[in-house]
Design a binder for this molecule. Structure first.
Ligand SMILES: Nc1ncnc2c1ncn2[C@@H]1O[C@H](COP(=O)(O)OP(=O)(O)OP(=O)(O)O)[C@@H](O)[C@H]1O
Length: 491
């Protein structure tokens, strides 16, 4: 960094943040291979091209999570060189200020200064974390940080964090001590996709010593977060006390633990693949319990775990309470209905041997008799509700006046006369399609010119067993024929 931000310039600021530019353990440097620009460039390019087919021409961008610590400063430096070699590549850095420590503001300035000198776009975001226990605080800060970081990304953009091999070994041990399963023991993935946004950890194969060696050779400066020494945080205790002791007898301990985690990632991949195969008949948001009855106990657990992890924006852990409830529902043939409340305002529900993972507030919507809901433009384009629009007969759409207003509303808010005239048909439809009771009141019906009559509405009502609310944010608005037609074209 000194090439751009001279030590003397920084010296005037150094009372704000603790600056380091030397190895904490110089001997370690000798034991490990060098993290060089070319090694990194090759590795990083491999991750981008072979794993995610990254293409700058498509306007995708790379965002670096910059904490100001040595790891992310080294990552920033490497990305800057990468960008210099391929000037079309645009990178930007983000610092999240948790406002938890008095120095946080100075660290934010430090990150801003480096980016300014290296001519990298920089933004910082402020967050406030509620008062919690120490462990809880760390977890809440991490959760809030990732929420903001991912919110900065567009579809297919890439977030880079500077986790390294030693972090991987620590995460493996921490998870093992928490009694985790195979996925948890796999610790952190080098490449991950969450909701069509990428998270890459390009330094995961490099050790802390290599990173420090790189920082020294390039005369970089960084900040040292004093809380990293606080033994009250379990990770610090592992990092500063347990792992060094392990390393004394087994010099490659961290490397070996990280390698073990990698092996378990492979095992986890295979278990997921098996679960996916065994879930073949299950819908996106419902799991057919009876169809999986022939599975043995471990397979059932594996299927549940996979389904819970993959059917919600917030992965749900298969803890004992959840497992017991699920097994009970699985075994009980007459278990027609039941509900288990989960964190993140979600709940598990069973209806006629089908298991559903749903937002808990569906029930709140159920209670609100007067609310009508309509598909919003944005969400409808990417949701399963589109299937429900899709089945609308083309002739009906074409026949209708192009500018006529179509309103989608809940079955329960229907015009009473129409409802009582068609009650039997509606009931038969719900029963024959095994539509769960909690969905019936919310079932979309199309109002044509504000009157629900004729075949068209009933067709709308009867088209799909899928939960039409899945992934859709409802807002009160109407959709025009034109919009409806446009959505159909998108399919
Ligand atoms: N305040 C921050 N602002 C931006 N990025 C951050 C911040 N803190 C951490 N990061 C990013 O996350 C990486 C890992 O940091 P750290 O090891 O401190 O995280 P952690 O709290 O252990 O949580 P996790 O490992 O789950 O990210 C850093 O190298 C950096 O890329």
């Amino acid at each position: 960094m000194s090439e751009l931000l001279t030590p003397s310039a920084l010296a005037t600021k150094s009372h704000f943040y603790c600056l380091h530019n030397s190895l904490s353990n110089p001997c370690e440097k000798l034991k490990t291979p060098l993290l060089s620009d070319s090694v990194f460039q090759q590795h990083f390019q491999d991750l981008l091209t072979s794993q995610i087919s990254f293409d700058y021409e498509e306007g995708r961008s790379v965002v670096i999570a910059l904490s100001g610590g040595v790891d992310s400063v080294v990552l920033l430096h490497l990305c800057r060189i990468w960008q210099q070699k391929q000037p079309n590549n645009k990178i930007r850095a983000i610092y999240i200020n948790h406002n938890l420590q008095p120095e946080a503001h100075a660290w934010e300035n430090f990150c801003g200064d480096i980016c300014h000198h290296w001519q990298i776009d920089f933004v910082s975001h402020q967050i406030t974390i509620e008062n919690r226990s120490r462990q809880g605080l760390e977890q809440a800060a991490r959760k809030a940080r990732y929420k903001i970081l991912f919110a900065q990304l567009q579809k297919n953009d890439v977030l880079l964090t500077a986790h390294h091999q030693n972090d991987q070994a620590e995460t493996f041990l921490l998870n093992a001590l928490r009694q985790t399963g195979v996925t948890g023991l796999g610790a952190m993935l080098a490449v991950q996709n969450k909701n069509q946004k990428w998270h890459i950890r390009p330094l995961l194969n490099f050790s802390k010593a290599e990173i420090l060696g790189y920082a020294e050779r390039h005369d970089l400066m960084w900040i040292e977060d004093g809380s990293n020494q606080n033994p009250q945080f379990r990770r610090n205790w592992l990092r500063n006390q347990i792992l060094p002791q392990l390393q004394e007898s087994i010099p490659n301990a961290s490397q070996n633990l990280a390698k073990t985690a990698e092996n378990l990632q492979e095992a986890s991949y295979l278990l997921n693949k098996l679960a996916k195969l065994q879930l073949k008949d299950s819908d996106f948001n419902e799991l057919y319990l009876t169809r999986n009855a022939e599975l043995d106990c471990s397979e059932q657990k594996n299927v549940f775990r996979y389904w819970l992890q993959n059917h919600s924006a917030y992965p749900i852990k298969l803890n004992n309470a959840v497992l017991q409830w699920l097994q009970q529902s699985w075994l009980d043939e007459h278990h027609c209905s039941g509900k288990l409340k989960l964190p993140e305002d979600l709940s598990l529900r069973v209806f006629k041997n089908r298991l559903y993972l749903l937002p808990d507030d569906l029930s709140k919507q159920e209670q609100n008799n007067n609310s009508s809901f309509l598909l919003s433009n944005d969400s409808a384009e990417s949701s399963s509700a589109i299937c429900f629009l899709w089945r609308l007969p083309e002739e009906s759409i074409k026949a209708a006046n192009t500018f006529e207003v179509i309103t989608l509303t809940q079955a329960k808010t229907m015009n009473l006369t129409w409802y009582s005239d068609n009650k039997k048909r509606i009931k038969t439809f719900f029963q024959s399609n095994q539509i769960p009771t909690w969905e019936r009141g919310l079932w979309p019906v199309m109002l044509h010119n504000n009157t629900a009559s004729g075949e068209m509405e009933f067709f709308m009502l009867g088209i799909t067993k899928k939960h039409p609310l899945e992934g859709v944010k409802f807002t009160t608005r109407t959709v025009t024929q034109k919009q409806l037609w446009r959505w159909m074209q998108l399919l």
